[in-house]
Design a protein around this ligand. Sequence first.
Ligand SMILES: *[C@@H]1O[C@H](CO)[C@@H](O)[C@H](O)[C@H]1NC(C)=O
Ligand SMILES: *[C@@H]1O[C@H](CO)[C@@H](O)[C@H](O)[C@H]1NC(C)=O
Ligand SMILES: *[C@@H]1O[C@H](CO)[C@@H](O)[C@H](O)[C@H]1NC(C)=O
Length: 403
Amino acid sequence: MKIFKSIYLFFIIVCVFKISSIECYEKKKNNQKPTGYVGLFEDNIDQRKSLVLDGKSDYLSSNIFIGSDPFNVIIDTTLNYLIVAERKCDGCSQFPPYYRESAVFENIPCDSPTCHAIGNTCEKPNKYNPPTCGYETVLQPYGANIKTILYRDIISIDDFKNIPVIISAIYEQSNGPSLRSAILGVGPSCPTCPPSPLQTLLYTLKKPYIFGISLDKNYFGGISIGIVDPLLYTGSINYTAMSKKDGLYSISPSIIGGFWNGQIFNLTRSNDIKRFILSSSSSLSYIPSSSYSKLKTFLKNGGCQNDLDFCSKIDLLFNSCVNASQISIDRFPNIDFYFDEQFILNIPPKNYFHLISRNNQVYVCMGILESPDQNAIIGINLMRELYTVFDNENSRIGFGRGG
Ligand SMILES: *[C@@H]1O[C@H](CO)[C@@H](O)[C@H](O)[C@H]1NC(C)=O
Ligand SMILES: *[C@@H]1O[C@H](CO)[C@@H](O)[C@H](O)[C@H]1NC(C)=O
Ligand SMILES: *[C@@H]1O[C@H](CO)[C@@H](O)[C@H](O)[C@H]1NC(C)=O
């Protein structure tokens, strides 16, 4: 029941995205069978699989089943594990439900090839059972250190039922009080990357390891699984090469630039930013200090031409958030990403800024911040109003207009 409800919900969301599109209304009305459409959509409809996103601005999250229990999971493009707290977990900050083994679970022996590939510890939970494979790591985005036991067990995602995957069950956590729910890794496939649970699921179903994140400006949307969903974007999808270095999805635009009131913003791959990591567990985006200074200089010089009031607000924006009724975001320029594949991805100010509400007051805040290290990160704020396709089969990342 729940699952049908979620599919229905998803279509409502699709319909909100594309209020003008006829097939959407047709689809809802006729319970997923569009009239007047044969061929093109007909085939896809039955195969269309998607996860509804919760509309949280901190990270992407959705719902899946682990065994027979429903779990809210953070969808994380920077991890390849399905991580969930066990009932008996020391220091865990997650809320119930907790992971309990289904009737068909299996331990993973320490000396198995699977353990060599994806585990890094060998645990002996009690003296009666043989040692079993574990995995210990620091989850950077959540600041949590976790120790887990690996299990082979089943999950269900949308209509895909009872698919065996590896589950990483936390029995000890230190730090990371912000780690509040389970995590579904959707990281890249590469020779040295462990297969993510989503990859295993799609592999089992003989479907390509492709998924796409569609987000509207308020962080609502869906994730298409195993396909590029024509309902989630308009026009075409522009693809650029996907890099998978360090097990992270990244892209390398040749130039990041902008023009505003005679000022030029110009970051290059050779001098400034080699790659941008795409992280669905980062709510905001980051660029290294030197690039951030250039952005600041560009926006200040461009905005401080002859409007002192506007100019003072720009200064404020770089330090905190500004009362939204006192600054017009639309006056700011686009920031453009130029790719070797001869296309440009425009990021409009309404997406590199974001709005927050505090005490019935709306504030505008900067969504591209100074990175604490040398990494440049595209977080979910810049994925808004886009359909971002992670095509592992062809090692490419695509951007379509959506949301
Ligand atoms: C940006 O910088 C690159 C390399 O320094 C240069 O080739 C290019 O002409 C610059 N673009 C603009 C618009 O200034
Ligand atoms: C925000 O700006 C509006 C209009 O200028 C003003 O009425 C309101 O008091 C301001 N709110 C805060 C919290 O400063
Ligand atoms: C794809 O590239 C074309 C050409 O640069 C551009 O007009 C279009 O807006 C791009 N689409 C997206 C979603 O960036």
